[in-house]
Design a protein. Structure first.
Length: 172
């Protein structure tokens, strides 16, 4: 018994209309290289700066340690000024969000508020023992919520923009 084919044979090449010219890439030709402009001086300067890639845990340790150091410096130099501490928190949160690895970007808005609270311990009012220190910590968190929200928002927006750029780059 003879079996007949149900599909036409396929030899691996598909062509449009017979006799139509093939595109340059199909003929094996390469496109001429595109001449690129040199980047502006600001971009060149930024590219020379360090660009570490931190894991989620490394980003948390970096920001918490830096906020503790900045809190200690604030208490020594400025007499525990909560405004100075809040102003210093925003660049730390931006750096943390910029230096996180692509896979750990969702942790940026989680890491920075924890670092804010950890670094607030040396700055908060500490009169009256343990309960006084806790009360000073909670008061500082309540009164400096604007800086906390601002730094967290900055870290979240940077992480979101980086993630969107990554998804667009991967889809191309």
């Amino acid at each position: 018994m003879e079996q007949h084919r149900t599909r036409p044979p396929y030899n691996g090449t598909r062509r449009g209309t017979p006799g139509a010219p093939l595109p340059a890439q199909a003929r094996g030709e390469r496109r001429p290289p595109v001449a690129r402009r040199p980047p502006p001086p600001v971009v060149r300067t930024l590219r020379r700066l360090p660009n570490p890639r931190l894991t989620g845990l490394g980003g948390g340790l970096f920001s918490a340690a830096l906020m503790v150091v900045l809190g200690c410096l604030d208490s020594l130099l400025f007499g525990s000024s909560l405004t100075v501490y809040g102003v210093l928190f925003v660049p730390v949160s931006v750096l943390t969000a910029v230096w996180l690895r692509r896979g750990d970007l969702p942790t940026a808005p989680i890491i920075v508020p924890i670092a804010f609270a950890v670094g607030l311990v040396p700055v908060a009012d500490s009169s009256g023992g343990t309960s006084g220190r806790l009360m000073g910590l909670f008061t500082a968190l309540a009164t400096q919520a604007g800086w906390l929200y601002g730094g967290t928002l900055a870290a979240g927006l940077i992480a979101l923009v980086r993630r969107i750029c990554q998804v667009r780059r991967n889809s191309r």
